[in-house]
Ligand binder design. Sequence first.
Ligand code: FAD
Length: 452
Amino acid sequence: MAVEDFDLIVIGAGSGGLGTALRAAKYGVRVALLEPRQLGGTCVNVGCVPKKAMWYASQMAEAQDLAADYGFALTKGALDWPRFIVHRQGYIDRIHESYRLNLEKHGVTLIPAIGRLSAGRTVLVAGRELRAPHTVIATGGRPRRLETPGFEIGMDSDGFFDLRKLPAHTAIVGGGYIAVELAGVLRALGGEVDMYVRGRLMGGFDVEMADALGETMQAHGIRIHYHCQIVSAQRRGEQVVLDCDSGSQPGPFDALIWAVGRDPNSDGAGFDLAGIATDPAGHILTDEWQNTSVPGIYALGDVTNGKALTPVAVAAGRCLSDRLFGGKPQAKISYDLIPSVVFSHPPLATVGLSEEEAREQYGDDVHIFRQAFTPMQLSLSSRAFKTVVKLICVGDDERIVGMHILGPSADEMLQGFAVAIKMGARKADLDATVAIHPTSSEELVLLGARTR
Ligand code: FAD
């Protein structure tokens, strides 16, 4: 078999792989991109994109209640799920097409098959052998499967996007952001939802904000059962019952979703043969330049143990190509102060440290500014949920190291503040900024004295 030479081989065409390949191709280098499934990976096909489409639909369902409170004479309608899915899929198909055209335009060789690293560091794919001085592993992750008896009765987040109608009553196992987001969507669209959470909701997030989110979710009718580990699931006719470690047997439910974490796709593709080091969970270890333990092989995105977010994978890939091919030897992503949003109901936006992390790092030098208020949009209705904003500062000059917002529009509020925080904003900079009135975001520049 003749070996085919490239300048760069990218394994996986999700967010990170596409970011790497397209940026490299713009520098005129020969790129091979390997992807056995649809272009766009998790984010486009079973992650951010279909999830956000469902979140928009569920926001509209909630807006009908709000509109009625405002005085609109309307009869609340249910989502025509099959029709919505046609729209959702149409949007995803257009994204696939635009990626395909972009890869074509930039001369990237797309090979629609699984790639495997050989011991000799070439890449084997669909009966071909490829070789390049640089190989990037961007194989992402997959929903975690547990050994729990009856696990196969339930679906994971990938399966959630195959649903063709609203389950009347769903059990969700897990308390991370995916569990929270799916619960919010199903509830807002009219389903009954019970969540089973082993420990805390949203582990790793600011505890006060996570608690506030949990309370709001419960006020929306989502039943959250804390400290309950599901030890088995069983069919009962068309339905499912669960066994909790406490001895209770919740159910029956019409659907069961496991949202119990994600595992990296680092197995079965020869990465071990090539000698690439991983952590105990299987994430490929890299330094801040995305170098793995093997020279010339890099990894980025969800297959590593960095923040599992699309923009992180894309930025890491683009920086790597800038460094390798674009004459920018210092290019690397800054993993500090990465903003993100949980698309819960309402959304939770966060950047920087939680109060707990800040106290661990800075001890008594931490100052908290917090405000809870009813957003004006809801003040005119019976659904008076509080918005909570929280600022975490350190030092006498009150440098901002964390900002957290829970409430309507939090998703669109944080990005601009994140820029200011990245630039080193102090609380005094917020105080010196004139408010935009009437908005929720003005509360962040009107925070006043320290809460603690
Ligand atoms: P992926 O996008 O997973 O792509 C990896 C690709 O590699 C896949 O296409 C796979 O088929 C391919 N592959 C695997 N093995 C091989 C092989 N051996 N050979 C060739 N190809 C291979 N992030 C956000 O920023 N915002 C959100 O709102 C958000 N919502 C999410 C919601 C859900 C339900 C989920 C599951 C994730 C969400 N994420 C979100 C996370 C985001 O999707 C990931 O962080 C992102 O997709 C990671 O990109 P990646 O390139 O590392 O991996």
